[in-house]
Design a protein around this ligand. Structure first.
Ligand code: 13P
Length: 265
């Protein structure tokens, strides 16, 4: 069974004070967080990874995630952070290919594939974001855009590429807009992605966690996670406060693990 993975992408938000408040609030919901069978990760600004590590010490099911990584492991690359450094401080997941990095930092599929490769070599788990923009959606190009983004990775790394990797389908037009596609359309794209990987390797396709991201909140999470190929979510805005993030985890627990009897949830 694929695990349900819920990742908070805090982007360029939160600070020492708000993080303290977040964990104070989270503590009130310990019965939900500690008992859930969902896997959780928090991707703060790199500045605060150590702080999150400190606050999550008593939460074995909350992992550290990073929002970016450099393609080099070490050397004269001012301002960059390497996969080796992230691993060194206990990071497990690294988000790559996010549309905001493509838009504001001119990242392209080739450069993202190199990041994917360095993460695999270092033993970190890439969360590869893929997805179409509004015009591409209108043109009916969702599948071909996702296929191109996946293809670059397969070309560089071969058929085993997605072993122990995670894909996050994030339609760009749904990010931060409050607009989502219908759960059925999202499911269809997730199914397309899984089938695409299955062309290369069926067992890897069946194991690959495919998350959805884009305006996820506690009101739409149920209808998303009920879909068979939506394994988890990558959450921006609704992950910024513990109260909204906890609600998402609570719903995810019910949908994905309702047959498991877990007290107090
Ligand atoms: P929102 O949840 O704010 O739409 O952001 C989604 C996202 O970009 C997660 O990576």
């Amino acid at each position: 069974m694929r695990k349900c993975l819920i990742v908070a992408n805090w982007k360029l938000n939160n600070n020492t004070n708000t993080i303290k408040k977040f964990f104070h609030e989270l503590k009130k919901n310990d019965h939900i967080i500690i008992n859930t069978a969902c896997h959780i990760a928090i991707a703060p600004s790199l500045m605060y990874l150590y702080l999150i590590k400190k606050y999550t010490i008593n939460y074995p099911n909350i992992d550290l995630a990073a929002q970016n990584v450099d393609i080099h492991l070490s050397g004269a690359f001012t301002g960059d952070i390497s996969a080796a450094m992230l691993k060194d401080i206990g990071v497990r997941y690294v988000i790559i290919g996010h549309s905001e990095r493509k838009k504001y930092h001119k990242e392209n599929n080739k450069n993202i594939a190199k990041k994917f490769e360095i993460l695999k070599k270092t033993g970190l788990t890439p969360i590869l974001c893929i997805g179409e923009n509004q015009q591409e959606k209108k043109n009916g190009q969702t599948e071909s855009i996702c296929a191109t983004q996946l293809e670059t990775i397969f070309k560089l790394l071969g058929p085993q590429a997605f072993e122990n990797a995670i894909i996050a389908y994030e339609p760009i037009w749904a990010i931060g807009t409050g607009i989502t596609d219908t759960p059925e359309n999202i499911q269809a794209t997730h199914n397309f992605i899984r089938n695409y990987i299955a062309h290369y390797n069926t067992s890897i396709a069946n194991q690959t966690i495919i998350q959805y991201g884009g305006s996820v909140n506690h009101t739409n999470i149920n209808n998303l996670l009920i879909q068979p190929d939506i394994d988890g979510v990558l959450v921006g805005t609704a992950s910024l406060t513990a109260s909204t993030f906890t609600k998402i985890i609570k719903h995810a627990q019910k949908i994905k693990y309702s047959s498991l009897k877990i007290n107090n949830i």
